[in-house]
Design a protein around this ligand. Structure first.
Ligand code: FUB
Length: 342
């Protein structure tokens, strides 16, 4: 199925007043939008939220998604096409439950869809599926990416052609259970509960040339304050929680992420894809709903942030994706977005 809807991105009315961004699609619930410009078109790789009837808990069991739909637009104010089911959990041989936030990449004439899902032992792993078309359908590899764990893959290809996966999420994303390098099934449901020690880091790893494997041991994404000190576990307003994204601007690497329980989209800048990254501030203040998750992409010389909130449903697990422009100051820092205006 392919369905097309009229544009719902932010627009300006005849009086020149900026309207607030609207959901890009309203006939299905979508979240965690990873946007890319592929073959001159905007493709959005979101989660496909459903009401699976699973009771809400602190580990996010109610986010019980079963497939992915890919969206595309010719331009920011263009029509949005829903390309139908691109990958279903029943076609991932090793998957157990909960298809969470995906991302995509293009290399070697192939499109790669990266996705986190719990395996049959209820441990989050990352899978990869391939297609010759950016809108799919995608065919999953028979096994998870070896050495992968936790959630929220974001794959960034640098100007030298190397690709890196950023990933991880604490609490329901299980990253805290990997602190020793091995999965602790009875580990903490939240974080390490060590507020005065460096916070748990997101992870980064270079991808193999065929984009199907990790090419090196996984490394920490270190986020430090302006004095070079690591952000601490108790610093919930600034520490990494989930939802990594990487973009490059003027030769600098911008690592952005969600602070989870404090609901900010925050960012930090570094000189290498591996960091360290110095914390800068908030990209977007809290949206409606518990989760906040984004991507940042340049389209025709302007930068945009794709994100979600719960405007359509008022329910935290039934979200809708939106887009708005991202603006910078002359020094490259990002202006904080108020999602509902001042
Ligand atoms: O969509 C499920 C989870 O919610 C994502 O993986 C997180 O980033 C949060 O948005």
């Amino acid at each position: 199925t392919q369905e097309t809807t009229e544009t719902t991105a932010a627009t300006t009315d005849s009086a020149g007043t900026k309207e607030l961004p609207k959901p890009l699609v309203s006939d299905i619930y979508t979240a965690d939008p990873s946007a890319h410009l592929f073959a001159g078109k905007i493709y959005i790789y979101p989660s496909h939220d459903i009401d699976a009837g699973v009771k809400e808990d602190d580990e996010g069991a109610h986010f019980a998604m079963n497939d992915y739909h890919i969206l595309s637009m010719d331009s920011i104010n263009g029509k949005v096409t829903d390309h139908g089911v691109a990958l279903s959990i029943k076609d991932i041989p090793w998957a157990g439950r909960q298809l969470w936030a995906p991302d995509a990449a293009f290399k070697n004439g192939t499109y790669y869809l990266y996705f986190p899902v719990k395996d049959k032992q209820d441990v989050f792993r990352m899978g990869v599926a391939t297609s010759k078309s950016p809108s799919g359908p995608f065919k999953a590899e028979p096994n998870p990416i070896p050495g992968s764990f936790s959630i929220d893959p974001a794959v960034f290809t640098d100007t030298d052609g190397n690709s890196y996966m950023y990933f991880g999420g604490i609490w329901g994303g299980q990253l805290q259970r990997w602190a020793t390098g091995k999965y602790e099934a009875n580990g903490s449901k939240t974080d390490l509960k060590k507020d005065n020690e460096p916070a748990i880091s997101a992870k980064v790893v270079r991808m193999s040339k065929d984009m199907l494997r990790f090419d090196e041991p996984v490394k920490d994404v270190k986020i430090v304050d302006k004095d070079g000190k690591p952000l601490l576990g108790g610093d919930h307003d600034r520490r990494f929680f989930e939802g990594s994204w990487m973009h490059k601007y003027n030769g600098k690497y911008y690592f952005s992420y969600s602070t989870g329980d404090t609901h900010y989209l925050a960012y930090a800048i570094g000189d290498s894809p591996y960091g360290p990254f110095t914390y800068q501030g908030v990209i977007m203040n809290p949206v409606k709903g518990w989760t906040t998750h984004h991507s940042i992409v340049e389209i025709n010389g302007k930068w945009y942030i794709f994100y979600h909130d719960t405007e359509l449903s008022g329910k935290t697990h039934l979200r809708n994706v939106k887009v708005t422009e991202l603006k910078r100051n002359s020094d490259g820092t990002i202006q904080t977005i108020e999602p509902y205006g001042k």
